[in-house]
Design a protein around this ligand. Structure first.
Ligand SMILES: Cc1cc2nc3c(=O)[nH]c(=O)nc-3n(C[C@H](O)[C@H](O)[C@H](O)COP(=O)(O)OP(=O)(O)OC[C@H]3O[C@@H](n4cnc5c(N)ncnc54)[C@H](O)[C@@H]3O)c2cc1C
Length: 496
């Protein structure tokens, strides 16, 4: 145990810094002093536009009004990601935030669906998913129901730089102090190894009891100062580069992200109300920057606004995300490519985890260990989920896809894939943010066909099961009548 925690210093004012400042202040109120230091000289990474549904909980906790939030961030609704060309070129599937079907008994819906298919059902799994049906029609509306059949989870596409600025306004109003300046030196206590103060270029010194490293890929506190190692996952996810370029807004805004696989790497397309976000993610071992830029620009659906901007990164994680009196949140804690839009979520879960374990009269080593164990699991399960998309492919048009198919994968992922293939069962790991419905859609979408299903699906005879399936399908179609084209929803809702 150390000294009581009276003051938190957040180093860095990107999305991670301001999300941390806002939530810590909201929860801890005036009992803890919070100061955030950022340097305009350095700036922020400034990409990151797609999220997953738990962001709604974060926003609700801050008390954000959804309409104001969408206005402030040029936000749109996200119901899913469409994966194009991932299994083979020319084919696509959706990973939606919904869950297909309905609760039909002891085992999950996919077992009943598999049995029904053998009895002649022609519908795909996605035909039983309201998120998918809405994506197909480009529609959305908020559904007010307790009936899980009509549950339609959603997230947002937004401009993460604007989100950071929006939260900054709120956090400052709530009492967070912002200091502009470049951190040049960091003073560490020789006995404890704890950080004592940050020294800015201006000469100003900022002391604190707990420091949050939100300095992005620089990892100024946790890496450069405390020397915590970084675990590189390039052998599983070789992408190390991205080129990002905005393009003009389309006439119709899709309520989903598009992820388009190319011969090497993949491209994102994210619709905002102001513009489209586009980018290509690739490995410099397989593709030059020039080739990547050509691929990106040749595959834009609207005119580029400006030139592509290169971002290099190292996939992996900081081994102890909490060490001594420093907690790394955001890119300083690790990075996984944006295939499943998980980085902003990892910021959120890092802050929430820290708040659950927040020290009062001193920092406890037991809490540090728990924090690190949980975040390790969380990063690893997301990593494995992303690896699944690459590894289970049937493309033969480049060394890249063949290498991804032939690479050794983590044992836990091997077990998951084998269990699904043999029995259609999906087993959840603790701290995995992707639940059964996510794994199911991606495993099927990438081409794994289960050879068996659970015997509990036999409780319904073939005719009866086909009738049940038909009923569920028609029930899922019902809410579509009340939905609006996505753009119409946005303009009515935001301006209401
Ligand atoms: C190509 C790409 C695409 C992405 N897409 C998505 C996506 O779709 N969805 C998603 O959830 N996430 C995405 N992300 C991740 C997302 O952009 C980041 O998680 C998010 O922006 C948080 O960044 P950050 O705040 O940790 O770092 P940064 O934005 O880099 O902020 C770092 C801060 O530290 C400050 N700083 C650094 N050094 C000093 C110093 N010496 N003195 C003072 N201040 C300093 C900087 O000024 C800045 O304020 C993507 C990332 C990349 C690279």
């Amino acid at each position: 145990m150390t000294n009581p925690i009276r003051k938190v210093v957040i180093a860095g004012g990107g999305t991670a810094g301001w999300m941390t400042a806002a939530l810590l202040r909201k929860v801890l109120q005036q009992h803890i002093e919070i100061e955030l230091v950022e340097s305009q000289e350095i700036g922020i990474v400034g990409v990151g536009e797609a999220t997953i549904p738990p962001i709604q909980i974060f926003n609700k906790y801050l008390g954000l009004d959804e309409k104001e939030f969408l206005r402030e961030t040029n936000g749109t609704i996200k119901l899913a990601i469409q994966f194009e060309n991932w299994r083979i070129s020319g084919e696509s599937y959706f990973h939606t935030f919904g869950a297909p079907g309905a609760n039909l008994g002891f085992c999950s819906f996919q077992h009943f669906w598999l049995k029904a298919q053998r009895a002649g059902l022609q519908r795909s799994l996605w035909d039983f998913d309201l998120n998918f049906l809405s994506c197909q029609q480009g529609k959305f509306n908020k559904i007010n129901t307790q009936n899980p059949v009509y549950d339609m989870p959603y997230a947002y596409h937004f401009d993460s730089a604007l989100y950071g600025q929006y939260l900054r306004k709120l956090a400052e109003r709530w009492g967070v102090t912002r200091t502009e300046g470049l951190i040049e030196h960091i003073k560490v206590n020789a006995d404890s190894g704890y950080i004592e103060k940050l020294q800015l270029k201006s000469g100003k010194q900022i002391d604190g009891d707990l420091f949050i490293d939100c300095t992005g890929i620089r990892k100024l506190l946790i890496g450069k100062t405390l020397g915590v190692n970084y675990e590189n996952w390039e052998h599983l996810l070789p992408a190390d580069s991205a080129l990002a370029v905005p393009s003009e807004r389309f006439a119709h805004t899709l309520p989903y992200t598009r992820s388009i696989a190319h011969k090497v790497g993949w491209q994102w397309r994210i619709p905002l109300t102001s513009r489209n976000g586009n980018g290509i993610v690739y490995s410099s071992k397989y593709m030059s920057d020039e080739q990547a830029e050509q691929t990106l620009l040749n595959n834009l659906d609207s005119t580029a606004i400006g030139d592509p901007r290169k971002i290099t990164f190292e996939t992996g994680r900081t081994q102890q995300q909490w060490h001594k009196n420093v907690v790394a949140i955001g890119l300083s804690s690790g990075f996984l490519e944006p295939l499943e839009s998980t980085s902003i979520h990892l910021i959120q879960s890092g802050i929430v985890r820290l708040l659950k374990m927040f020290p009062n009269e001193g920092i406890s080593q037991a809490m540090i260990e728990l924090y690190n164990a949980e975040s390790k699991q969380e990063f690893e399960t997301i990593r494995d989920f992303i690896v699944l998309h690459y590894h289970v492919n049937e493309r033969s048009d480049s060394d890249f896809w063949q290498d991804m198919r032939n690479m050794p994968i983590p044992e836990r992922l091997q077990q998951k894939l084998a269990a699904f293939k043999e029995t259609a069962a999906i087993f959840n790991d603790s701290n995995d943010i992707f639940k059964d419905a996510s794994w199911l859609q991606v495993m099927l979408g990438q081409g794994i066909k289960p050879v068996d299903y659970h015997p509990a699906a036999k409780v319904h005879g073939d005719e009866e099961l086909l009738a049940i399936m038909n009923k569920i399908y028609h029930a899922k179609l019902q809410p579509l009548a009340k939905m609006l084209p996505h753009d119409e929803f946005l303009s009515r809702y935001i301006n209401a």
